[in-house]
Unconditional design. Structure first.
Length: 155
């Protein structure tokens, strides 16, 4: 059975080892911003020029199933998905690589460092996460925006 947190730890360790800048986003970033929720994938924001290196790393980590490229909000959000299947359980885990585009540069520029497992973790800021989610506006995104905005009021 694939453990999403173990998979994330492995990914971050290799990205850090190769000095590749990234920022956690999506459901796992919600937890960092004290609004945990269930998630079934790993979402990481990267610079477009790092894509080939990150894809090679993902392949080394077993993410060998390439999904269709996705684009939202007139190209503001570009996603490259790769997945892996646990041979024992048949569980699928996807890694969504969101590319920094000119329209979301401010999300990248506002990322924050968070203490994590004796080191630091780069995470999209609360405001950046809201901005990303406002571009897509799925039902889950709207729920996340509400939770993040409530968190702002709690602070």
């Amino acid at each position: 059975m694939l453990d999403i947190y173990d998979e994330f730890r492995k990914l971050v360790a290799v990205l850090d080892e190769h000095e590749i800048d990234y920022a956690l986003c999506g459901g796992m970033a919600m937890a960092v911003h004290e609004r945990p929720r269930m998630t079934i994938d790993i979402d990481v924001l990267i610079q477009a020029e790092s894509l080939d290196r990150v894809m090679a790393i993902a392949t080394e980590l077993g993410y060998r199933i390439r999904g269709k490229d996705m684009s939202f909000a007139n190209g503001a959000v570009e996603i490259r998905r790769v997945s892996k299947i646990d041979p024992e359980s048949g569980d699928l885990l996807s890694l969504d690589l969101l590319l920094v585009t000119p329209q979301i540069r401010m999300v990248w520029d506002s990322r924050v460092e968070s203490e994590w497992e004796g080191g630091t973790l780069s995470v999209v800021s609360r405001a950046g996460l809201i901005a990303l989610k406002q571009l897509r506006r799925s039902g889950q995104d709207l729920d996340d925006i509400k939770a993040l905005e409530e968190g702002d009021r709690d602070a």
